[in-house]
Design a binder for this molecule. Structure first.
Ligand code: SF4
Length: 356
């Protein structure tokens, strides 16, 4: 059987086009219908000349992912989508539809993650595989098709799901090019955000190539010992290096850098921690996002800060002139913390029948 080629693999599609002597404009139309109009694969194929439709339909794989489960939050507009790759691995995406109406989609870049952050269910899975460009883009295609039926469009796309995007840098780079490119989704770069635990060289390369794509740094602590305790990768890139990286991003990009700060009781949430954070960020163009902690089974030692502590911490940062928000945590009832649901489903499917 002839190997199928991904709709997202423009080089392979172009070679098929040349083989079949198809006008490039017809391919551009096929892509437009698929990516921008979200009309599905059949409508996309119908944009091609009649005599090649069957051949293209047989050869092109429009969906490298199979949607296994869709779980809608009963309490807010969050929906978790669990996809299965051709290799049988599960990945998740999260759709957020806050009351403001701005639909956001969080996508994954890897199956599992090698970074092994202490607070993260995906990290506890270990690294399993990098997602391909097609597997990343298909999360966007399928989610966008889903919300299109509700009369919505995906406004913001964040790479904040399973995986450290810069550990899969080349594929992420190509996926961003497809998301932003005129032949792809043509999504505004200003509405794309990539979140990293802090890999300086890759952050700078990304900022140079995509200056309008936002970056979020999962900082979580400015005391080196505390950061190393919860993020093993911190040993490789000390906080002083991260500070220099943020300054360099500020020089390259007009966008502010998002500083993600998970609020953990007794670890990073004291007034002294707030003062250190203020000192650390002094002179940088940043926006601090304080994140309530979604507890995971594998890290019983970590406890989220109370609401009162979060508010006091936020007040201290704001008083020092830092733009600060507290992230409203959506989808708590659908295990919206990154990797939580996939980890449970993987455990369930690997359990022997007599254990159920
Ligand atoms: S927080 Fe991000 S980088 Fe850390 S283990 Fe989880 S997915 Fe990986």
């Amino acid at each position: 059987m002839t190997e199928r080629i991904s709709i997202h693999d423009s080089i392979a599609i172009d070679s098929l086009r040349r083989q079949r002597r198809v006008d490039p404009h017809r391919i551009a139309r096929m892509r437009r219908v698929f990516y921008k109009k979200l009309e599905g694969s059949e409508a996309a194929i119908d944009e091609l000349p009649v005599e090649v439709r069957e051949a293209f339909a047989e050869r092109i794989d429009f969906h490298p992912l199979r949607l296994e489960q869709r779980i809608d939050s009963a309490s807010d507009g969050a929906t978790k989508l669990v996809f299965v790759t051709a290799a049988g691995a599960r990945v998740e995406s999260v759709l957020l539809r806050p009351e403001t109406g701005r639909t956001a989609l969080c996508i994954s870049s890897q199956v599992g993650c090698a970074a092994n952050c202490d607070f993260c269910a995906t990290g506890k899975m270990g690294f399993q595989a990098n997602l391909s460009v097609g597997e990343m883009i298909d999360q966007v295609v399928q989610a966008a098709q889903l919300v299109a039926h509700e009369g919505r469009r995906v406004r913001n796309i964040v790479l904040m799901g399973m995986g450290e995007p810069f550990h899969n840098e080349r594929a992420v780079d190509e996926a961003l090019a497809t998301l932003l490119g005129a032949e792809g989704f043509h999504h505004p770069a200003s509405r794309v955000l990539i979140s990293t635990v802090g890999i300086p060289e890759a952050m700078l390369r990304c900022a140079r190539r995509f200056p309008d794509v936002g970056q979020a740094l999962s900082l979580h602590a400015v005391r080196q010992d505390v950061r190393e305790q919860i993020i093993p990768l911190a040993r490789k890139h000390p906080v002083s290096e991260l500070r220099e990286t943020i300054a360099s991003l500020n020089a390259i990009q007009s966008r502010t850098v998002m500083i993600e700060y998970l609020m953990l009781a007794g670890l990073n949430d004291s007034m002294a921690d707030a003062a250190e954070l203020v000192r650390f960020l002094d002179g940088l163009r940043v926006h601090v996002n304080l994140i309530p902690y979604n507890a995971i089974d594998d890290a019983p030692q970590l406890v989220g800060s109370t609401r009162e502590v979060r508010d006091t911490f936020a007040h201290a940062l704001k008083s020092a002139g830092l733009t600060t928000t507290i992230r409203y945590s959506m989808g708590a009832d659908i295990e919206a913390a990154c990797g939580q649901l996939v980890q449970r489903l993987d455990r369930e499917s690997s359990r022997r029948p007599d254990e159920t």
